[in-house]
Write a protein that binds this ligand. Structure first.
Ligand SMILES: [Zn+2]
Length: 318
């Protein structure tokens, strides 16, 4: 079969990746550059110029691409192609789909939120058709999720479905969340939250910092994960607490949706690996017995999940 090509833009809060990919998930040409948060017009225009350049390298035109898939790091109104809000910048109510369709002179440009793209990427290139009802969860700076029900993305009334990070998991002296409310999962189990727990542990226990420093591990969620993998008691305790809160949050979703799986991705996922059995076990404390059979698994997409997701975004919508 003749290979067809797709243009990809994964626009993140700090960096953007442009790529020319194949419909089979192969990444042929790729370039990473900083996201210009101050001037979105300049940034989006630059993204298109880079896509043209990568196309030239591969000797294909934008016109010949099957489509272009673009991720936005914020809340999208998919049906109207509107970026509602990207919290890291002052990007608000931007008609991004029309903007890119005009700039690229192409109708098959599809734009969605990055977590939703990851969820679609799993269907095409990750665990493939193993599950048809699943929740794709990204655990990194924050916690976001996308619901795939009967093989399709579920968006909800105001495109707000999937705000898993703001499900309440603690009511007793709760931490304040970035959303302004208290006791959210994100405030206990995100990379930022785990790093906060690491810093608190360092304050309470000076020997902890010595252990991190002895191995040249960073004073954050990643360093703590590495120490936990070696069996350090304090590091294990920090991740065990996060696992408890994940179990509480996931159980609420499991009781409501009864998905086949919760698929975990994002920067913290490699440290979480060790705790998947613990999360699975603790879910049984909170979810109804039959529903707690939901599998908690790691994404098959790896580090490039969001970029691979843009290919799926085009395939899903053509
Ligand atoms: Zn919150």
């Amino acid at each position: 079969m003749k290979q067809e090509y797709i243009g990809s833009l994964d626009i993140g809060g700090t960096k953007t990746i442009a790529a020319i990919c194949g419909t089979d998930g192969t990444i042929y040409e790729k370039m990473q550059f900083p996201t210009n948060r101050m001037d979105y017009v300049a940034h989006f225009t630059n993204c298109c110029a880079i896509l043209h350049k990568l196309g030239e390298k591969k000797r294909i035109t934008i016109e010949s691409l099957l489509g272009v898939g673009i991720n936005m790091p914020g809340m999208m109104d998919y049906s109207r192609g509107l970026l509602l809000h990207a919290p890291f910048a002052s990007w608000k109510d931007l008609p991004v789909r029309d903007f890119f369709r005009n700039l690229l002179k192409k109708d098959t440009v599809f734009i969605d939120n990055d977590v939703k793209s990851c969820a679609l990427g799993e269907k095409y290139f990750g665990l493939k058709n193993k599950y048809k009802d699943y929740i794709w969860v990204t655990i990194s700076t924050g916690i976001g999720a996308a619901l795939v029900l009967d093989g399709k993305i579920y968006r909800g009334n105001n495109n707000l479905a999937g705000e898993l990070g703001h499900i309440k998991v603690e009511f007793n002296n709760p931490r304040i969340c970035t959303c302004g409310k208290k006791g959210c999962l994100e405030a206990y189990a995100s990379g930022t939250a785990i790093t906060k727990s690491v810093l608190q542990a360092i304050e309470k226990n000076p020997s902890f910092i010595q252990k991190l420093d002895a191995k040249a591990y960073s004073h954050d969620a990643k360093g703590c994960g590495e120490l936990a993998a070696e069996g350090d008691r304090i590091a294990l305790g920090i991740y065990s607490d996060a696992a408890e809160y994940m179990a509480r949050g996931f159980a609420s979703v499991i009781n409501l949706i009864n998905p086949q799986a919760i698929i975990l991705g994002g920067g913290v996922v490699n440290s979480i690996d060790l705790f998947l059995p613990e999360i699975q076990k603790r879910i049984k404390n909170y979810a109804v017995d039959q529903a707690s059979e939901t599998e908690i698994v790691k994404t098959r997409l790896g580090y490039e999940a969001a970029l691979i997701g843009t290919i799926a975004l085009v395939l899903e919508n053509l």
